[in-house]
Design a protein around this ligand. Structure first.
Ligand code: AMP
Ligand code: MG
Length: 305
């Protein structure tokens, strides 16, 4: 093992010890950085809500290290969950399934379901395995602010420890799919819905879902917001007063949806630090491939000018 590897592993051991001790650890995943606590410890999980100033009505995703660990937390594991986990885990897909009573209510905002995923980042997996417990984690930012996609984006005061695993490859939060009842998309992500439907059949979207009563965090209308006002604008549209920065596909940003997602929050964090009066983002196409990016931009954007 090289010296760098030894240092990384000692970071994981230290982080795992803190998780076991009921503390908060910010850790890298392939989507965004998470603010993690032992999902089986009510006190520890309550610290997440306090640190983020997150309403307790917003359920947390529970990160697991194996499909077996997921099944141990679920009271039902539908055939669609098995098929999707086999195809996409580890990866940016959260499956909402009926929960076992061992998961404290605080994790699921009192719902009888739990959102589970195996993150595709070696340090996240090493952390879960070393801690030996499932890790509840929302993004490591204050409520409604931009999600972090690097250790440098994580506000120091949020966590007891920040594990640095480099930039997040996916760059936007996971796709959230409920399988507690008819399959329903709760939050789009980088995996196109058309691909999921090819595997498990038709999926409802949340507007059409009969049980859309639970406000889920990613569905809060003001979310993922930079400090600088962001507008969805096309070239030639009237612009706000002052100095602005543009993010256009194929110009300042990649033309490909996956590459665009990887850089989205990174670009917004950078522009936020550059004191622009406004940020104009060219709206992406309304296709399955762009749905995750479009959702985040719509929630980040100010109303039309
Ligand atoms: P965040 O951790 O802020 O990125 O968001 C967590 C996402 O997980 C939300 O968008 C919710 O849709 C979803 N989620 C987690 N647990 C549940 C659950 N039990 N029921 C419904 N949605 C959930
Ligand atoms: Mg978040």
């Amino acid at each position: 093992m090289s010296i760098a590897n030894v240092e990384i592993m000692s970071g994981v051991e230290q982080a795992a010890a803190l998780i076991r001790a009921g503390k908060l650890v910010a850790f890298p995943t392939e989507t965004v950085y998470g603010l993690g606590a032992n999902a089986l410890n009510t006190e520890a999980v309550s610290l997440i809500f306090e640190a983020k100033n997150r309403p307790r009505t917003s359920p947390l995703i529970v990160h697991v290290g194996s499909i077996q660990m997921a099944c141990e937390l679920a009271s039902e594991w539908p055939a669609a969950a098995a098929a999707l986990a086999r195809r996409y885990w580890p990866g940016p897909l959260t499956l909402v399934v009926p929960k076992r009573p061992e998961i404290p209510d605080i994790v699921t905002a009192g719902l009888d379901t739990v959102g589970l995923r195996i993150p595709a980042h070696p340090l996240a997996l090493a952390l879960i395995r070393a801690a030996g417990v499932p890790i509840a984690a929302p993004s490591a930012n204050r409520f409604t602010e931009l999600s972090p996609t690097s250790a440098a984006h994580v506000a120091g005061s949020l966590a007891d420890f920040v594990l640095d695993g480099g930039p997040s490859e996916v760059g936007i939060e996971s796709t959230v799919l409920s399988l507690a009842g008819p399959p329903t998309l709760l939050r789009p992500g980088i995996i196109p819905l058309t691909e999921i439907e090819a595997l498990i059949g038709p999926v409802a979207t949340v507007e059409a879902a009969p049980t859309s009563a639970h406000p889920a965090p990613g569905m809060h209308p003001r979310h993922y917001r930079p400090k600088t006002p962001l507008y969805l604008l096309r070239d030639g549209d009237p612009v706000p007063e002052g100095r602005g920065a543009w993010l256009r596909r194929g110009k300042e940003m990649p033309a490909n949806p996956r590459e665009y997602a990887t850089l989205l929050y990174e670009s917004l964090h950078r522009l936020d630090s550059e004191s622009w009066d406004w940020i104009a983002v060219e709206p992406p196409p309304e296709t399955a491939e762009w749905a995750g990016v479009l959702d985040r931009l719509q929630k980040a954007a100010m109303p039309r000018l």
